[in-house]
Design a protein around this ligand. Structure first.
Ligand SMILES: [Zn+2]
Length: 174
């Protein structure tokens, strides 16, 4: 018996789908190379039929140039594994930083980018201007915003007032 609830990624042979997911886990965000497209949460659906693979992809920041790269990288990774890939862009519901996996958040922090804050603290931070972005080096919450734009438009630059380490913060997007 097939349990639909255990198949969140739509139709198709589950074993084939696992293979495709394994390939997708090797495709990384060009801006944050430690994050795979799975960690980012941009894969909305996978359909496998023979060697035909259809991937539903939701872009992160609209106009983020990384998205074209990600789409091309997914295609070439699947092609080199012998698949005929097709990418379908799904614009609704819009991606938000809440979709980044817990694993992904840990990887980001280890990489030196403060992950986006959970929904509630971030809203409180905006309302009350609280310094709740943790330093990626020492974990201190005594940090401040240096620039709205870090190394890319998706990130802001923060600096820690305790260890003086400057670091990127991946901005929340709702
Ligand atoms: Zn620090």
């Amino acid at each position: 018996m097939v349990n639909q609830a255990s198949q969140p990624f739509g139709m198709g042979d589950p074993a084939e789908k696992e293979k495709v997911k394994a390939i997708l886990s090797t495709v990384c965000d060009p801006e944050i190379p430690v994050l795979s497209v799975e960690d980012l949460g941009v894969i909305r659906g996978i359909e496998v039929s023979g060697n035909q693979v259809s991937i539903q992809l939701t872009p992160t920041y609209s106009g983020c140039p990384a998205m074209d790269t990600i789409s091309d990288d997914i295609k070439s990774a699947l092609k080199s594994a012998g698949y005929e890939p097709k990418i379908e862009m799904v614009l609704s519901p819009a991606w938000s930083t809440d979709w980044i996996s817990q694993d992904g958040r840990k990887k980001m922090e280890a990489y030196g980018i403060a992950p986006p804050l959970e929904p509630l603290p971030d809203k409180l931070a905006l309302l009350h201007d609280q310094k709740v972005v943790k330093c990626t080096r020492c974990g201190s919450k005594n940090t401040r915003l240096i620039s709205q734009f870090g190394s890319t438009a998706c990130k802001a630059l923060f600096q820690c007032d305790d260890c003086h380490e400057p670091f990127d913060y991946f901005k929340c997007l709702k």
